[in-house]
Design a protein around this ligand. Structure first.
Ligand code: SF4
Length: 306
């Protein structure tokens, strides 16, 4: 609110990811009562990579909720969403840690708790450390599904991920080769991450893609997911591939296109998390290089946008 007043704007566009959309009307009420003219983006939103910049044709400023800054635009304000928990919950992960020097990482909802976690770990004789990955992850200790850079900490081979879901810690293990422990701070459940099963599945998907007559290389038109240059590089590796530009990468649209396999250069999580929903194998760029013989399986890389 203060930031809006300082800017002297009169009209505001609001954008929320799925989990926060229900707050739209309440926040719009609040801003309307303050004299702002308010519009709301009703489209799906997956991250700060996915800004509704088109709404700036109708409003002075776009307020994007739930994520940290990713695309620099003077007319966009980012309002991250924070979720609290008691840092003491980290004690349930201690039996799984193998060393004393621990890198700690989390998602943007919890970065504000990391100093409290550091205090608890230090009181137990550990040497915790966290740092900013920069670029797409500006907050210290923050990782995204497309950037595990904050987990690459010199001299650290033990990582504690504090957050929900298995995708981030799995990606961190593949990106760093570290021993990774994942702690869900809301349930207090801790697990050691093992990427072997995941890699076996990915190997099967690459093999399935070998029989495809045509391969679609998906290039996103979302501002923070566009990797056109990478798409062109991948295109040069295979004479039965075509670039396919998409805004929403959905199972229905891939089915309608009818390619035997796809390579995803949009949000890396699409190939990993959504494979089960897709009608054909969807490879990451690195997996496509393995398919084309320009990368060895032993050189498997997790897909990131650094
Ligand atoms: S590219 Fe994917 S993982 Fe990265 S910010 Fe966007 S939605 Fe999140």
């Amino acid at each position: 609110m203060v930031r809006l007043r300082e800017r002297g704007v009169s009209s505001v566009a609001l954008q929320f990811p799925a989990g926060l959309k229900r707050k739209a009307a309440e926040i719009a009420d609040d801003l309307s009562d303050q004299g702002f003219s308010v519009i709301i983006s009703g489209d799906p939103c997956y991250g700060a990579c996915d800004l509704s910049l088109d709404l700036l044709d109708y409003a002075d400023v776009l307020v994007h909720f739930g994520h940290t800054p990713l695309i620099s635009n003077p007319d966009v304000l980012y309002v991250p969403f924070r979720v609290d928990f008691d840092p003491d919950v980290v004690r349930s992960a201690l039996p799984f840690l193998r060393g004393k020097a621990i890198g700690i990482i989390t998602t943007t909802q919890h970065t504000h708790i990391l100093p409290g976690i550091v205090d608890v770990l230090r009181s137990e004789g550990y040497e915790p450390v966290f740092r900013s990955g920069g670029g797409r992850t500006p907050e210290p200790g923050q990782v995204l599904g497309c950037s595990f850079e904050a987990a690459r900490i010199p001299g650290i081979s033990e990582i504690l991920f504090v957050g929900t879901g298995i995708f981030h810690p799995l990606g961190v293990q593949l990106a760093t080769g570290a021993h990774v422990v994942a702690l869900d701070p809301l349930t207090g459940q801790a697990t050691e991450v093992d990427a072997d099963k995941f890699l076996r599945k990915r190997h099967g998907i690459i093999e399935k893609a070998r029989s495809a007559r045509h391969i679609g290389i998906i290039v996103s038109t979302k501002p923070g997911q566009n990797r056109y240059a990478l798409g062109k590089h991948l295109l040069s590796l295979c004479d039965r591939a075509y670039l396919v530009f998409m805004n929403e990468v959905s199972p229905d649209e891939l089915l309608n296109l009818g390619f035997g396999a796809y390579v995803n250069t949009a949000c890396p999580r699409l190939a990993y998390d959504d494979q089960i929903r897709f009608p054909a194998p969807v490879l990451t760029p690195g997996e496509f290089e393995i398919l084309c013989g320009t990368r060895r399986w032993e050189e498997y890389v997790v897909d990131e946008m650094l």
